[in-house]
Design a protein around this ligand. Structure first.
Ligand SMILES: Nc1ncnc2c1ncn2[C@@H]1O[C@H](COP(=O)(O)OP(=O)(O)OP(=O)(O)O)[C@@H](O)[C@H]1O
Ligand SMILES: [Mg+2]
Length: 272
């Protein structure tokens, strides 16, 4: 089992409960999309899975261990096996793209190699091939601060592809990327997970992208799981209910309401 959540809650300082009593298991190699309205708790859930925060109550199992029972060295090793794609990648603006990508393996390399790699990139071709999959290979030697938000997001994905983690987490990884490229990026993440048999959990704003690429959809609302189903069993009514508090409609890549999109697109079979 990759992820085991047993009655997990997370209270932020001040007492707001952002994740409430969630239980769910995600097996090795599963690919799961988390969808839900703004403020539902998607990022909080992913932060818990990334061990950036400790549950306030309940138990978290990650890659077979409880991270919060490990010593510091054990926790660091575990974190090296988990890759996180952030919505706004926390990359220093002056860092070169190549260095940012190679930083993906810092947790796996010996300290001397990691430090040396900051000054003299050690695997330029490895970085280039990850960036090529994200269609940003031409930015290899540019500084990250010079990239657009969508390009930086793709550098963040390339970094995680280069890391080759056992668990890939992605928090709205394509929120700043245009629809055609979003499909490419989410496709690459899925192909990577399938090829290496690793688990992929991604929160997505665009419901159509989630339904198209992921065999399992978890709808989150108010810090709780509203449904946990394969895409063909997620009905329009469930989606309307999930996003009922959003002023507009069920969010999609091109902002067209899902119900006016051709049914064939919404339910198109997975293709790879
Ligand atoms: N550091 C914090 N302190 C207090 N409350 C927080 C903090 N971070 C998030 N929250 C609250 O927790 C709830 C869940 O936030 P979270 O960021 O997990 O939502 P989300 O589903 O990722 O939303 P979005 O789609 O807008 O990214 C929100 O109501 C938010 O206001
Ligand atoms: Mg979020």
């Amino acid at each position: 089992m990759s992820i085991r959540l047993s009655r997990v809650s997370l209270d932020y300082p001040g007492g707001f409960r952002a994740v409430s009593d969630i239980s769910c298991n995600i097996g090795q190699g599963e690919r799961v999309a988390i969808i839900g309205p703004s403020g539902a708790g998607k990022t909080t859930l992913l932060r818990l899975l990334a061990t950036a925060m400790c549950p306030s109550s309940g138990e978290l199992g990650l890659l077979g261990v409880n991270p919060w029972r490990l010593d510091r060295a054990g926790l660091r090793r575990l974190r090296g096996r988990v890759g996180m794609v952030h919505q706004s990648p926390p990359i220093p603006p002056r860092q070169r793209v190549v260095t940012a990508v190679l930083a993906g393996r810092i947790g796996k390399w010996p300290a001397w190699k990691s430090l040396l790699s900051l000054a003299y990139p050690m695997d330029i071709e490895g970085a280039r091939s990850g960036l090529a999959r994200m269609e940003v290979a031409d930015k290899l030697f540019q500084r990250c601060g010079e990239l657009s938000g969508g390009q930086l997001q793709r550098v963040g994905v390339a970094r995680v592809l280069y890391q080759q983690p056992d668990l890939i987490l992605a928090d709205e990884p394509v929120s700043a990327v245009d629809p055609a490229l979003s499909d490419r990026v989410i496709g690459e993440l899925n192909r990577e997970a399938i090829a290496r048999g690793v688990t992929l959990v991604a929160s997505l704003h665009a419901v159509d992208l989630a339904l198209h690429w992921f065999p399992r959809i978890i709808g989150v609302k108010g810090g709780e799981i509203a449904f946990d189903l394969p895409p063909v069993r997620v009905s329009d009514a469930m989606l309307a209910d999930l996003y009922a508090s959003e002023a507009a409609h069920v969010p999609t890549q091109d902002n067209q309401p899902l119900e006016v999109a051709p049914k064939g697109i919404r339910r198109r079979p997975l293709c790879y």
